[in-house]
Write a protein that binds this ligand. Structure first.
Ligand code: ZN
Length: 436
């Protein structure tokens, strides 16, 4: 995948090759932001092996804030014993009165996929946008065309909503696990939300085959949608409590975005350029140099235009410019980037702005920022300091990744950020880690 290229031939940035379909999705994905894992056994470790498949063509296109669809919707407060609200944490529901489309199951459920009499056939739609999901979240999942243009969109994942069928009057508490369908689908078919077969069954909508009744005005499968007021207390499943949850939970609490910014101690400037729907559980931090002018905009354009990672270009979580400013380019930092083949699903990357090792060695201010950022990332994600590139762990150079992290047939050679520089960084990082 291009790893064998002479680095000098690469366009500007030294980055190499994402694993998979970063393509347009990576940059555009409407739906980044979501969950990071907080418990090691709960999440994310397999996510990298699953390609981001679009769900029935419904999902994940670049999104502008969608407008509310129906003037007559008044779902807030309805739904039997479950109290609801129209907005929560400043987020409004795009479609409060809409048709529900039938979705397949999500992959990346922990510990297992929900299987029941109402879930056949158990076909999978691919990775859900807000993966990982608990079994309950998958069982009762729900999607809408969540707005991403304004503040608050990153708060959507795993929010609980109450949906009520206008045909049967039955209500189900569902969990926002994905974004979709695209606005064009909603406009064409009137379907502004989606859910898997179990939700249809719980709503009493037996006629699943008619789920895609393509008539915007039709009331077939029409539902009202509202946020559940008590996000923590509410149980997913039928709102009358008769259905309940299947698994009793798997011990994995719904995850929230942990990268609001306050948790990072180095001075990070948020300049979110790249998005990816996958989350990683980082075990490594990889340092690069950009092989270009050390300003952030040069770095970003070089990343975007670097075809070594596919038509969508490369991406990285952070870059540090020549003035020592640390830019966070992805949010959360556990978004998977495309900067170092063979380890992208395990590593956060830092692109250090500069033409090469000698320039980096001559920039003390930038060096201090690199050290501060590295210490912060290692501590925040509990990444070990010791180099174990073969095990995809530790503070690593791109060189070490190319030589040790790949299987024999995929090994490649990269010069960055340079051995002397790496030694200098390691020495300072070790000292700071020890003193904190
Ligand atoms: Zn590199």
């Amino acid at each position: 995948m291009g790893q064998q290229l002479d680095p000098k031939l690469l366009i500007g940035v030294c980055l190499v090759v994402a694993v998979v379909l970063v393509v347009g999705l990576g940059l555009l994905a409407a739906v980044a932001g979501f969950a990071s894992q907080k418990k090691s056994g709960c999440a994310g470790d397999t996510s990298a092996s699953v390609a981001p498949v679009a769900l029935n063509g419904l999902v994940g296109l670049p999104v502008k804030a969608a407008s509310s669809d129906s003037p007559d919707s008044d779902s807030a407060g309805s739904g039997g014993s479950v109290a609801t609200v129209d907005s929560i944490e400043g987020i409004k529901i795009p479609y409060k009165n809409t048709k529900l489309g039938l979705e397949e199951h999500l992959t990346e459920t922990k510990p297992k996929h929900y299987v029941g009499p109402d879930s056949k056939p158990l076909t999978f739609a691919g990775a859900g946008a807000y993966a990982p999901h608990t079994t309950d979240q998958e069982h009762w999942y729900f999607n809408e065309y969540w707005p991403t243009g304004g503040a608050g969109w990153e708060k959507i994942p795993h929010k609980k909503l109450l949906i009520t069928s206008k045909e049967t009057g039955k209500s189900v508490v569902v969990s926002a696990e994905e974004a979709g369908p695209a606005a064009s689908v909603t406009a064409r078919d009137g379907i502004g939300a989606g859910a898997p077969p179990e939700v249809f069954a719980a709503l009493g909508l037996k006629d699943k085959g008619a789920a895609y009744d393509k008539s915007p005005k039709s009331d077939k499968n029409r539902i009202t949608v509202a946020f559940v007021k008590d996000q923590k207390g509410a149980t997913l499943g039928p709102a009358d409590g008769s259905g309940g949850s299947d698994s009793g939970g798997d011990g994995c609490a719904p995850q929230n975005d942990e990268d609001g910014g306050e948790a990072v101690s180095a001075d990070f400037i948020k300049k979110i350029i790249f998005r990816d729907r996958r989350r990683i559980k980082p075990t490594a931090l990889v340092l690069h140099y950009t092989a270009g002018a050390p300003d952030v905009n040069t770095t970003i354009s070089a990343l975007k235009s670097n075809s070594a990672c596919g038509s969508g270009g490369c991406s990285v979580q952070m870059t540090i410019d020549g003035d020592g400013k640390i830019y966070q380019l992805m949010n959360p930092l556990t978004s998977q980037g495309a900067h170092a083949a063979c380890i992208n699903d395990k590593a956060i990357g830092i692109e250090i702005g500069g033409t090469g090792e000698s320039q980096l060695l001559g920039n003390e201010k930038q060096f201090q920022a690199v050290v501060a950022a590295s210490v912060t990332i290692l501590k925040k994600y509990d990444i070990q300091f010791e180099e174990d590139a073969a095990g995809k762990k530790g503070l690593l150079s791109h060189t070490e990744v190319g030589e040790k992290s790949c299987s024999a047939s995929r090994k490649y050679s990269k010069p960055d950020p340079g051995q002397r520089y790496m030694e200098k960084v390691r020495s300072a990082v070790k000292e700071q880690m020890g003193s904190q």
